[in-house]
Design a protein around this ligand. Structure first.
Ligand SMILES: Nc1ncnc2c1ncn2[C@@H]1O[C@H](COP(=O)(O)OP(=O)(O)OP(=O)(O)O)[C@@H](O)[C@H]1O
Length: 268
């Protein structure tokens, strides 16, 4: 461990991150702090490096330079205790769900449980998987279904159930509402907010979905020009003087999302 993991220390700290593929520099001098207990929305144009940032933070990609700390642990550490600490503390819902297609939903949820707690008896594994499936808002009979037997929205929830298997304090969601219809997307947003509040999660959420940003994000980080150019509450970001930010937040879709969220807030 590199620093004290105290309650007010950022749960994720990224400093001077550099990622490069051949001649293409994706990140340069990128800094970001994620605060404990927040939902931070990460936005940016296609190819701006949101997924590469996520992969760097969770240790799936070795950055070319920079420093990353997750829960007080150096993200580049190869020490097995440190790796285990990060793995056990982070749940990830990848863009495509990344479920094993030949395993049932229940078996998918059991994968991390078996890996990290190999001595758990079968009956307990079953009960834990059932609990996570219900937590993700799926009916109990989803447990025995294959991913191919589920709708897109249900597959996302199954991926979420698996991401929550180890009760991680830190949840990464990569475009969770992509491909969902507006009602399904709003339901998934609601679920994310409910779980974050009930379980005290910190959520790192990559999204293109303006409705999601307005509905559930406490702060937003904008990726452009290879770094985080702005981070803060939406009301601040909307005023940030940058062409991409202005197009995105104050274009027709941005205005519609903001108006719709305000009218929901006025009704509740
Ligand atoms: N393994 C890799 N090898 C080569 N280039 C890569 C690799 N992974 C990502 N890239 C490049 O890095 C850039 C950033 O990719 P990334 O997937 O992080 O973008 P993104 O912001 O998540 O985009 P989108 O919103 O379209 O999902 C892209 O130009 C991509 O082609």
């Amino acid at each position: 461990m590199t620093t004290q993991d105290t309650a007010d220390a950022p749960i994720i700290q990224v400093r001077g991150l550099r990622n490069q593929f051949g001649d293409q520099v994706v990140h340069e001098a990128l800094d970001l702090d994620v605060r404990r207990g927040e939902i931070i929305g990460v936005v940016g144009g296609s190819g701006s490096g949101k997924s590469v940032l996520l992969r760097s933070i969770i240790g799936l990609r070795e950055p070319d330079a920079g420093h990353i700390e997750v829960l007080g642990v150096d993200g580049r550490s190869r020490d097995s205790e440190d790796r285990l600490h990060i793995e056990r503390s982070t749940g990830v819902l990848f863009q495509d769900g990344a479920l094993f297609s030949s395993l049932t939903v229940g078996e998918n949820v059991q994968v991390p449980l078996k890996e990290h707690h190999p001595d758990l008896p079968e009956s307990l594994l079953y009960e834990l998987a059932l609990l996570k499936v219900k937590l993700a808002g799926l009916p109990p009979d989803a447990l025995d279904k294959l991913p191919s037997q589920l709708s897109g929205g249900m597959r996302k929830r199954a991926g979420l159930a698996r991401a929550l298997a180890l009760d991680p304090p830190l949840l990464f969601l990569d475009e969770p509402t992509a491909g969902l219809d507006p009602i399904g997307a709003a339901a998934f947003d609601h679920l994310t907010r409910t779980l974050q509040q009930a379980l005290g999660l910190t959520v790192f959420l990559i999204t293109h979905d303006l409705d999601t940003l307005y509905a559930i994000c406490d702060r937003v980080a904008v990726l452009a020009e290879r770094r985080v150019i702005a981070v803060g509450p939406l009301a601040e970001i909307e005023r940030f003087d940058h062409p991409w930010v202005q197009d995105y937040f104050n274009g027709p879709r941005g205005r519609a999302a903001r108006d719709s969220q305000r009218s929901i807030a006025a009704r509740t």
